[in-house]
Every structure is written in C-alpha cells, then in structure tokens.
Design a binder for this molecule. Structure first.
Ligand SMILES: Cc1cc2nc3c(=O)[nH]c(=O)nc-3n(C[C@H](O)[C@H](O)[C@H](O)COP(=O)(O)OP(=O)(O)OC[C@H]3O[C@@H](n4cnc5c(N)ncnc54)[C@H](O)[C@@H]3O)c2cc1C
Length: 461
C-alpha cells in the first residue's frame, strides 16, 4: 500500500519534507496558501524572505542529499560559494582569523533558494502541489486523517506533516481534537532586523562577507553579504531598544555608529536597490510535540512549525533539511508509520525534535545573555559560557584549534563535545601558562576599503 502524505506549507521545510517522502517512494500532496511565484520573488506567506538567509554547511549537505543538483543550480543562478573562514567577523573579543579555511556556504537570496528547491520538488514523481489553498481544519478517524481546506476540498492522509511555519495552527487543531499538549518553550531576546539590498558601483571593493556581531554589551550589529546578480544584502541587527526601523537615515546612522565602520564604509561603494525591509518575529519557540502518550499516530511537525530559532544563528533551514532526512529514512524502513500505531510516529517526532537540540541550545543560551531577553541562564549554561568565552578569546588571538572547533559546532558538523577536544584544552592551558598570543589584526581587506574611499573620493549614493 502506498503511503499518502499531506504536507501543510510549501516553504523550505515543506518542500524538503516532500522530497524526503518522494525519495521513500510515498506520495506527497503539498498544500500552500500562497499562489506561488514563477521566479525568485519574495512572497506574502514568507515575510522573512527579504532578509538574508545563510545556509550552514550541514544544511547544504542535507539539501544536496535530498536534491542532488541544488548546489550547482544555485551556483548556475549566480549564488556565490563563500568559505566562511574568510569572513571578516568582529565578535565580543575581537576579529576572528580570516586565514583559516573553514566551511563552504553558498550565498543566495532566500527567494532564489526557495525557487530552485521548489522547481526541483515539483518535478519529483509522486509529489503534487496545490497552491492558493489554505488548510483550515484537521480531523481524524480510526484509520486516517482528513485535511480540510478553504476551497471546500478534503484530503485523506495516512500521514500529515505540518510545515506551516512559526504561525502554525497545529496547537489549535490539537486542542479541537481533544489532544492536550504542553505550552511551548520560549526565549525571546526581542531582536529586530532591517535589511537593504545594494548594488556595487563598479567592481565590489571586497569579495568577503563582513559581520559585526551584536554582543550583550552593544546589543547592535550588522552583516553585509554578497548574493546573486552582483547584489549585496546589508542587514542591521538590534536587540530590545536597539531594534532598527525602516528609516533610511536611521539605517545609515546605525551602521556609522557600530563598533567598527567597515560596513558603513562598504555601503559608500554601493547604490541602494529598493527600500528597507524590517522583521521582528525572531523569538526562539519550541513545541513539545511527540513527548506525551497522547500524541496521535500519523502526525508530524517540522521546521519552524516545530521549533523556530532566533535567526541570527542561521539555523532554521539546516534543521528543516536534517529533519527531512530523518523522515525519508523512517518512511523507507517503516513504510506505514501511521499504520504502526502512535509509538512509531512518536519516536520519529522525537528524533525530529532531537535535530533541533543543539541549535536550540546555541540560540537560547546566547540569547539569555542579552539584557533584552525573557529569562536568565541556568547555572549549567553560565558554566559552559565561561568555557566558550575562553575559546572565543583564543579565536580572537588566532588559535587555529579553537577556531575550527567553533566552526564545526556552529555549522552543525560536530557535537558540542568538539569544544572540549584535547587540542582545544591544550590551547587553553598553554594560554593560561604563557599568556594569550597576539590579538588578530583587523582584516587588511577592510583597511583597504576605507583607504580606497579616501583615494577615489566617496562615490555617489
Ligand atoms: C529574519 C529572519 C532571518 C532568517 N535567517 C535565516 C538564516 O540565515 N538561515 C536559516 O537557516 N534560517 C533563517 N531563518 C529561518 C528560516 O526562515 C526558516 O527556518 C525556514 O524558512 C523554514 O521555515 P518553514 O518552512 O518551517 O516555515 P516558513 O518559511 O515560515 O513557511 C511556512 C509556509 O507555510 C504556509 N502556510 C502557513 N499556514 C498555512 C496553511 N494553513 N495552509 C497552507 N499553507 C500554510 C506559508 O504560506 C509558508 O509558505 C530566518 C528567519 C527570519 C525570521
């Protein structure tokens, strides 16, 4: 018997889930409330689409496993392969090294990534996409699910996958079905984004991304990253009272008053394309699905519908792709998780949850350090924070092992135990005995930026 799966939402989590279902030989029907654009265009149902979206290396590998030519397709459409080891990154303790190769990310706008993923998923055998249709209700009988849409159609499914994002109605539908669920876990540091697209005037003065991290002390930061079509996305990032607005004057002022002028200098070599897009729904929110015995058979939640993170750590898409791989493997080995009763579904939902454990821990423990955050760190988080601060100091002083350990964990390529590997411990002990090595210099490329500007005169804006 072919398993019939209904997926709610055709954004990245829903599309990856559909690719996973197809790879397992099951049939997927995706229901999407938006009428989807033919090209890489931002859309209403994904309001964060105009903000920069970085794909961590683990996410790139997982996406490639689901859709084997996606990396090449991105590159063919002008996305840029960036070694994150070359980024100019100003953190709490100084500049990170720019001379240690780390992991590749393929830099593109969010609409381009989604468009290319969607094009490929549409072509997969066994996948149907219904667009412009909203799922309104979810019903269940002894054997299967009924998914009721606003165009009065009802679909039957062995398995329903909720990929409807942060605003998912699943908690409401579960309550209507009489299934009790715990309140979600929430940590909100009240972060805001304001993003503007720019085009370089002539050859861009640098080819690397620049990040000025928002620390608990400053609460303000920014990122400038090149994307397809010769464009750059420049985003200002502020916590609490520092959340940026749509005002152009404030945007420029924000950049000019950061701890380093690199991004303000860079924008003087650019001309803006369009207005400023802001986004403020960024709190960490994690549902506790699949934990209780009342969790029903044949129901899963993935992506932001299960767990949404503070996006500044760039984890959401990667987690969604990893969760899709878990669904693919489960469906391959157990072709009817719904038919096998609630235990198999519950186990799978818990594995899906586990894929979010490390990203959740990174995002929430960092956010809890910000004064604008709801809540405070546990003593375990504070203790771990002492160690990671020591490693961050080593990174700012050019320690290769500490840098690579951070990069591996950040890109979800290694478990947090990597931060305690013997080489890193040796580095920390050596620094304690001999003192820290010299601090990393400001990346030379950035110095040239300001120098060029002075030599050429400031280009018009
Ligand atoms: C400002 C910002 C920046 C981000 N930056 C990054 C980043 O750098 N890297 C990264 O990995 N992640 C980033 N993220 C997170 C990323 O956007 C999400 O994790 C990713 O889009 C996966 O989300 P999703 O598919 O679960 O949900 P969404 O992308 O929110 O999509 C949900 C989909 O469901 C549809 N839908 C909703 N309700 C219904 C319904 N009832 N019926 C039918 N369809 C429905 C919507 O129209 C939409 O298409 C960022 C998020 C924000 C807010």
């Amino acid at each position: 018997m072919t398993v019939k799966v209904v997926i709610i939402g055709a954004s990245l989590a829903g599309l990856f889930a559909a690719a996973a279902v197809a790879a397992a030989g099951a049939q997927a029907v995706i229901i999407e409330r938006d009428v989807l654009p033919d090209g890489p265009i931002p859309r209403k149902g994904v309001p964060q689409g105009r903000q920069p979206h970085v794909l961590l290396h683990r996410g790139l590998l997982a996406a490639e496993e689901l859709l084997p030519d996606i990396r090449q397709a991105l590159l063919s459409h002008g996305a840029l392969p960036l070694d994150t080891g070359t980024w100019a990154w100003l953190g709490e303790y100084g500049w990170s090294p720019t001379w240690i190769p780390a992991y590749e990310t393929v830099s593109a706008t969010r609409p381009l990534l989604e468009h290319l993923v969607r094009e490929r998923v549409r072509r997969l055998a066994g996948v149907t996409l219904h667009e412009g249709v909203r799922v309104n209700e979810l019903h269940r009988n002894a054997r299967d699910w009924r998914v009721v849409c606003d165009d009065a159609t009802t679909l039957e499914a062995d398995l329903v996958i909720d990929a409807s994002g942060r605003g998912s109605r699943l908690p409401h539908w579960l309550t209507e079905l009489g299934i009790s669920i715990s309140e979600p876990l929430m940590v909100d540091a009240h972060l805001g984004y304001a993003c503007r697209t720019y085009r370089a005037i002539g050859k861009p003065p640098i080819e690397i991304a620049v990040m000025i991290a928002a620390t608990p002390q400053t609460g303000r930061g920014a990122l400038a990253i090149p994307v397809e079509d010769g464009n750059w996305l420049v985003v200002t990032i502020g916590y609490g009272a520092h959340r940026p607005s749509r005002s152009v004057a404030e945007f420029d002022e924000f950049l000019a008053t950061l701890p380093d002028p690199a991004i303000a200098d860079l924008t003087k070599h650019f001309e803006p394309v369009g207005d400023i897009a802001i986004h403020r729904q960024t709190g960490n929110r994690r549902n506790r699905y699949g934990r209780s015995r009342t969790w029903p058979a044949g129901l899963l939640a993935v992506g932001d519908a299960y767990c949404a993170f503070n996006p500044v750590f760039g984890q959401g898409i990667t987690v969604a792709a990893c969760q899709a791989l878990l669904i693919r493997d489960a469906l391959k080995h157990d072709r009817t998780p719904a038919g096998r009763g609630p235990l198999a579904t519950r186990r799978l939902q818990r594995r899906i949850g586990a894929a979010a454990d490390l990203p959740w821990s990174v995002a929430t423990s960092e956010d809890l350090r910000h004064p604008s955050s709801s809540g405070s760190q546990t003593w375990v988080q504070r203790l771990l924070g002492v160690w990671t601060a020591e490693l961050a100091r080593l990174v700012a002083h050019g320690d290769r092992d500490a840098y690579l350990a951070f990069a591996r964990v950040y890109h979800l390529m290694a478990a947090p135990a990597m931060l305690f590997n013997p080489r890193v411990i040796y580095s920390a002990c050596r620094a304690a005995v001999r003192g820290m090595p010299e601090q990393n210099p400001r990346p030379r490329a950035l110095n040239a930026l300001a120098a060029n500007r002075t030599a050429q005169g400031t280009p018009g804006r």
